[in-house]
Design a protein around this ligand. Structure first.
Ligand SMILES: [Zn+2]
Length: 95
């Protein structure tokens, strides 16, 4: 193996390692949030007319907004209550 190939292999391994590391340690709290279905099972009183949204179980507000976890382009959406700021549930954007 030539030195340049060795270098490219190492660079590739390092990149893959960084991506995997980011996946495993990045934002574990998103994984901990329930999905909307799980959330509604836990808080059946939070069902609204909108079947893609729910009420806040903590304060009852229906002002629940979602935003990408880390910024534009992130498929992980976190739904939080606008009134009390609680993170309620998660969903994935369809890209
Ligand atoms: Zn709330």
């Amino acid at each position: 193996m030539q030195l340049s190939e060795l270098f490219l292999t190492l660079a590739g391994l390092a990149t893959a390692g960084i991506i995997l590391w980011n996946r495993s340690t990045g934002q574990p709290d998103w994984e901990a949030l329930p999905t909307l279905l799980e959330y509604l099972r836990l808080h059946p009183e939070c069902v609204t007319d909108d079947d893609e949204n729910a009420r806040c179980y903590a304060c009852g507000s229906d002002k629940v907004l979602f935003h990408p976890l880390t910024g534009t382009g992130d498929y992980r959406l976190r739904h939080t209550c606008l009134s009390c700021g609680k993170a309620l549930f998660r969903s994935s954007a369809i890209l």
